[in-house]
Design a protein. Structure first.
Length: 115
């Protein structure tokens, strides 16, 4: 069983920055691919960025060059540094862990970007 807890969301103006954190319970964090998704009201949940268990990162086109995903396996934590935020980045951001067994989701953290 893995529990994921996101934090770091908030309200910022256009051009601002936020750093999201997702901390996982359990002792097998390094074996999981960690991914950030986001969901805006009335829309489906969408991929934002991923950091695989073998060290490969990838990003949605909409966030490339602005967002950076990183992870600290010693701290069971994955981060999402978000710079140059835009109103269209407003969403609830979710952390996902995929690996051995079922995948896991956090409860999300709200990010609101005002113009």
């Amino acid at each position: 069983q893995v529990q994921l807890v996101e934090s770091g969301g908030g309200s910022v103006q256009t051009g601002g920055s936020l750093r999201l954190t997702c901390t996982a319970s359990g002792r097998t964090f390094s074996s999981y691919t960690m991914t950030w998704f986001r969901q805006s009201p009335g829309k489906e949940r969408k991929f934002v960025a991923t950091f695989t268990n073998y060290g490969v990162t990838s990003y949605a086109d909409s966030v490339k060059g602005r967002f950076t995903i990183s992870r600290d396996n010693g701290e069971n934590t994955v981060y999402l540094q978000m710079n140059s935020l835009k109103p269209e980045d407003t969403a609830v951001y979710y952390c996902n862990a995929a690996g051995p067994g079922p995948e896991y989701w956090g409860h999300g953290t709200q990010v609101t970007v005002s113009s």
